[in-house]
Design a protein around this ligand. Sequence first.
Ligand code: GUN
Length: 281
Amino acid sequence: MILIDGKKAAAELREELKQEVADLKTKYNKVPGLTVILIGDMAPSQIYVRNKEKSAIEVGLKSEVIKYPDTVEEKIVLEKIEELNNDETVSGILVQLPLPKHIDKQKVIETITPSKDVDGFHPMNVGNLSSGYESSVPCTPLGCYLMIKKIEPNLSGKKAVVVGRSNLNGKPMTQLLLKENCTVTITHSRTKDLKAECLEADIIVAAVGIPELVKGDWVKKDAIVIDVGINKTENGLVGDVAFDEVSKVAKALTPVPGGVGPMTIACLLKNTVECFKRSQK
Ligand code: GUN
């Protein structure tokens, strides 16, 4: 079984990006910039944002974090986004989710200009991705896609089952696999016979937020299994895949932690570089 090392894959991607950023600096005499807006003091968000900043600096991006208390007015945030939309030194804008209840998430997402939407959450990017046009692609599914492609470069005709239908993961993952000519089945918590669906799959991406849902006898021999889940349980952090069981049948599997997580952040940096390059065209 191939244990997919997300940490190593992310380090390799960061190394490639570092070189690319250095080349862009030579060519344009400026570097891509990433600005993250962080509202409130939720611990997981603070940790994510610190990691994003650290990685951005490592590859040579201009990195900025703007912090607001969780009482900040929505208007202030929207005005800041408008300012960043018009700031030439900012290539990518990310507003860390979740947001306090009094701030309208969709309004925030739609205020970020699509060309700087490094999350790929703006309806314009969502639409472009589903139409097969150039777009920002949400970082987590992009990371999953790159890891799958490393194991199996030719996905044409493969059967893929995506477990979970979120806008963040399941839906964009489906679009990426479709583009690669996979036959994709989208399943979710209400799917009638999830086990039977999974047993058909050459590729399973589990992103449903149910601890160890995908069992060993749900997985076809030599399937590629990507575990997007991060679930806190009494036994510590576990994914959506029963790791020990599935590792005995799968061809390749991502661990939790150390699989998808590190690639997500590296893909955010990749998206920032892509936004910069498109802005220079
Ligand atoms: N919070 C958890 N994951 C994400 C993400 O991918 N993007 C944003 N903006 N917030 C998040």
